[in-house]
Write a protein that binds this ligand. Structure first.
Ligand code: CP3
Length: 340
C-alpha cells in the first residue's frame, strides 16, 4: 500500500518517527478559552457535538494553537447510544446521563437510522479535512461496546461499572446481544468516518480495567476483534488504535495480539521498559497531571518518555485526556519539548 506520508499513519504502519508524532486525547475542550467562549454561545456541549460547523471549529482550535500532528474530530462516544435510540443528556457538573437500559430489546437496529443520527460526525470530518495542513492526520473515534454498555446500563458513568457487570453476570445472553448491537453500530460508525476522511480511528474502552481475565476476553477483546474484522472487511487498510484503558500489561498484549489493532494507547501506569519492548506501535502515556504541573517536572518526564521510545513506532500522547485545569501554555511547551 502507498504510504500517506502522514507521520502518525506511518507510525501505525510500524515506522519510528523522529521526533514522534504528538497529539493529546481531549486536546479540544474546556482548558481552551476559545472553546469556553464558543460553548457559552452554544449553550451546551451536546449542541456543539451535533453541529458540524461548530464541531469543525472546535476540532481545529488546538491545531491552530499547537500544530499537533493529528486532529481528532469533536464529538463524543455517547453518540452511539443516541443512535441506538437512547436519550443522552449532558448536565453541567454532573457529566452524561442516559435513560438506563435493562434489556437488549428495543434498541434501534436499522443502519440507515444510525447513519442519520451519526451524520454530524461525518459532516464534521468532511469539513475539517480540507482545512488541515497536508501532513496532519485526521482521527475519528468511537467508544468500545463494553464502555458504552457501562453508561447504558447505569444511565451514567463512574459507579465502578456495577450495573453492566451485574447484567453481564446474571444474563450473559442478553448482555452479549447488547454488545453485538453496539459492535455493529460502532463498526458502521468507524467505516463511515473513514469514508468521510479519517486517516485513522481510535476505539476508546475507558472502563476496561479491573475485569476478571476471562471477562476481559469476552466483553473487551472479543467485541473489539469483531469490530476490527468488520471494518477491515470493508476497509482493508484501515488504521485502528485501541485504548483498553488501565488494563494489565498482559491485558494490553493480549488485546493487541487478539484484536489486530494497528496500535495500542496505554495509560499512565505502563512502564517505559515494557512500552519500548512490545511488538506493536504504542501511544501514550504522560500523566495528565504532569501537564497541569508544567515546568521542569513535566520537561523531565517528556524527555524520559521520548528517550525511552526513540527508534520505536511511538505516538506521544497522555495516559488519559487533558484535564480542564491545564494551562494552555503547558501544552505549547510540551509540543515544543517533544519536537526539540
Ligand atoms: O479528544 C478529543 O478532543 C475529541 C473529543 C472527545 C470528547 N469526548 C469530547 C468531550 C472524545 C474523544 C471523547 C471521548 C469520551 N467521551 C470518552 C472516552 C475517553 C475518556 O475520557 O475516557 C468518554 C468516557 C466520554 C463520555 C463523556 N463525555 C464524559 C464522561 C463526559 C463528562 C466528563 C467531562 O470531562 O466533563 C463527557 C463530556 C465531554 N466530552 C467534554 C468534551 C470536550 C466536556 C464537555 C463540556 O463540558 O464542555
Amino acid at each position: 500500500m502507498k504510504s500517506s506520508g502522514k507521520r502518525l499513519v506511518s507510525v501505525l504502519e510500524g515506522q519510528a518517527g523522529a521526533p514522534p508524532p504528538v497529539w493529546l486525547m481531549r486536546q479540544a475542550g474546556r482548558y481552551l478559552p476559545e472553546y469556553r467562549e464558543l460553548r457559552a454561545k452554544a449553550g451546551s456541549f451536546w449542541t456543539m457535538c451535533n453541529d458540524p460547523v461548530m464541531a469543525t471549529e472546535i476540532s481545529l482550535q488546538p491545531i491552530r494553537r499547537f500544530g499537533f500532528d493529528a486532529a481528532i474530530i469533536f464529538s463524543d462516544i455517547l453518540t452511539v447510544p443516541f443512535a441506538l435510540g437512547r436519550t443522552v443528556k449532558f448536565e453541567e457538573n454532573v457529566g452524561p446521563t442516559l435513560d438506563a437500559v435493562t434489556s437488549a430489546e428495543g434498541l434501534e437496529r436499522d443502519p440507515a437510522i444510525w447513519q442519520q443520527k451519526l451524520s454530524p460526525a461525518y459532516e464534521t470530518l468532511r469539513l475539517v479535512r480540507p482545512k488541515l495542513p497536508a501532513e496532519t492526520s485526521l482521527l475519528g473515534f468511537a467508544g468500545a461496546p463494553w464502555t458504552l454498555a457501562t453508561y447504558m446500563a447505569a444511565g451514567r458513568g463512574g459507579d465502578e461499572q456495577k450495573a453492566a457487570k451485574l447484567w453481564g453476570y446474571r444474563d450473559p445472553k442478553s448482555f452479549g446481544t447488547l454488545l453485538d448491537v453496539l459492535g455493529d453500530c460502532v463498526a458502521a460508525h468507524l467505516i463511515a468516518q473513514i469514508e468521510a476522511g479519517a486517516d485513522a480511528v481510535q476505539i476508546f474502552d475507558s472502563w476496561a480495567s479491573g475485569l476478571p481475565a476471562d471477562v476481559f476476553q469476552r466483553w473487551v477483546v472479543a467485541p473489539t476483534k469483531r469490530i476490527v474484522e468488520k471494518v477491515r472487511a470493508v476497509k482493508p487498510h484501515a488504521k485502528i488504535i485501541g485504548f483498553p484503558r488501565a488494563t494489565t500489561l498482559q491485558g494490553y498484549e493480549f488485546y493487541a495480539d487478539e484484536t489486530g489493532v494497528d496500535g495500542i494507547s496505554v495509560d499512565t501506569s505502563a512502564p517505559q521498559d515494557w512500552m519500548s519492548e512490545i511488538d506493536v506501535p504504542v501511544q501514550g502515556n504522560l500523566d495528565p497531571l504532569l501537564l497541569v504541573t508544567g515546568g521542569s517536572a513535566m520537561d523531565r518526564a517528556v524527555d524520559e518518555l521520548v528517550d525511552a521510545m526513540r527508534g520505536r513506532p511511538f505516538i506521544f500522547n497522555l495516559g488519559h485526556g487533558v484535564l480542564q485545569e491545564t494551562p494552555p501554555e503547558h501544552v505549547a511547551a510540551l509540543v515544543a519539548r517533544v519536537r526539540k
